[in-house]
Design a protein around this ligand. Structure first.
Ligand code: NDP
Ligand code: MG
Length: 387
């Protein structure tokens, strides 16, 4: 049996991961499941999957979790420290699906003991890509991408020489507002932004899809994950979300990864790697699909894409600041403190203030420096939003 842990088990990626694991109970020994506020779901899955341990990140909710687990053999724990200790437990395969920079440290801890880390938490690569790669290498850990675009690139690169790659094209659905008049965007509400045309995902990533901050994070993730220079990474709007990414080679070949928008493909690929095994995803009917369309990714409609390019060029710890400022701006938008379009202005302002200090930091930075850059950007973003 393979020992597995799922961080962010109660979320959208976490639940899709559980869906796959629960289909083969004889194949997996579940070590730890972690969640945040959704105690009922966490306890229910931990009992059903016979996990050793269930952890809520919220230390005030330990009693509630204990009650929900009463009568079972599942151990309960709560708080940040418990979350990190859960990452030290000996699971060979760990799903990193906490949302935000909060997912970085548990993933690092799993890599430090040589685990295979299935990485949905793109923020880890954006904030600390070099640290993630270095940690995996130093301890015999393995990083596998779960973001659908990066799984697609990874699959297109199997057996290929990275030097032969001319470009990588990351597709974008365009999110909730791709057809809105640009002048209406300042009036967009969080509820409107949180509806995705194709994918069923958590609230934060769905709003990030509407602003294209999600795609901005993914462009940076591509650079970090595959070690490509920024000028080789492109994006195009593809409203049908059937092609997840394309890799262009120096002989003109363009390899596309095509499939219906179902995260269980990328999760299952990472779960079974290096093998391919049957997965319960819909098989694409090309005739029924009829056509696939593409549009330019306009940086006036989606200025987050321009910022991503600036962050990739700046390097250092600008990615950590970019992500942190984005998280604070997103909270501000969800709470009604700032408008939809103000989010990018806040992030741009934070970058202009902090990047002179962060851009020259060498790739051998440690976690403490990432935490510092993250904190600095959060403080600046908070100040800007407060006016
Ligand atoms: P969700 O919001 O659905 O789930 C997030 C998970 O993290 C939940 O289990 C939540 O607990 C937990 N959580 C939230 N805050 C904290 C915290 N501070 N500390 C510890 N745990 C926390 O997110 P998604 O599943 O949509 O996304 C997860 C990650 O995967 C993100 O990085 C996202 O960008 C990435 N991703 C997601 C895709 C998708 O299809 N959803 C596609 C590609 C990437 P609870 O809900 O119990 O409060
Ligand atoms: Mg993605």
């Amino acid at each position: 049996m393979r020992r597995v842990s799922i961080f962010g088990a109660t979320g959208s990626i976490g639940q899709n991961t559980i869906d796959l694991i629960a289909r083969e109970p004889e194949a997996y020994d579940v070590v730890a499941l972690t969640g945040g506020q959704n105690i009922a779901q966490l306890a229910q899955d931990a009992i059903r999957l016979r996990a050793d341990l269930a952890v809520t990140a919220d230390e005030t909710r330990l009693d509630e979790l204990r009650q929900a687990l009463a009568g079972s053999d599942v151990e309960a724990a709560a708080g940040r420290e418990a979350l990190l200790e859960a990452a030290d437990r000996p699971a060979e395969w760990v799903m990193s699906a906490i949302v935000g920079a909060a997912g970085l440290e548990p993933g690092l801890r799993a890599l430090q003991r040589g685990a295979t880390l299935a990485l949905a938490n793109k923020e880890s690569m954006v904030c600390a890509g070099q640290l993630m790669l270095r940690t995996a290498q130093a301890h015999g850990g393995r990083l596998l991408p779960v973001d659908s675009e990066h799984s697609a690139v990874f699959q297109a690169l199997i057996g290929e020489d990275l030097d032969a790659v001319e470009r990588v094209i990351i597709t974008a659905s365009g999110g909730a507002f791709r057809d809105w008049p640009i002048e209406d965007l300042p009036k967009a509400t969080p509820a409107q932004a949180a509806t995705h045309p194709n994918w069923d995902m958590g609230q934060r990533i769905t709003i990030d899809s509407a602003s294209m901050f999600n795609k901005a994070l993914e462009l940076i993730e591509t650079k970090e994950f595959f070690g490509l220079s920024a000028d080789k990474i492109e994006t195009v709007v593809h409203p049908e979300s059937m092609i997840h990414a394309l890799v262009g080679f120096n002989d003109g070949a363009l390899m596309a990864h095509v499939g219906p928008p179902d995260m269980r493909h990328a999760i299952g690929f990472a779960l079974h790697h290096p093998e391919r095994k049957p997965l319960p995803v819909e098989r694409l009917d090309l005739v029924k699909l009829g056509q696939m369309t593409f549009r330019p990714a306009c940086e006036i409609r989606w200025p987050a894409l321009r910022l991503a390019r600036e962050v990739m060029e700046a390097g250092g710890l600008c990615g950590a600041a970019f992500n942190a400022a984005k998280e604070v701006a997103l909270d501000g938008f969800i709470d009604g403190a700032i408008s939809f379009t103000r989010m990018t202005e806040v992030v741009e302002e934070v970058l202009s203030r902090v990047s002179p200090r962060l851009r020259h930091i060498d790739d051998d930075f440690g976690l403490d420096m990432v935490v510092e850059a993250d904190h600095l950007a959060r403080v600046e973003a908070g100040n800007i939003i407060a006016g």
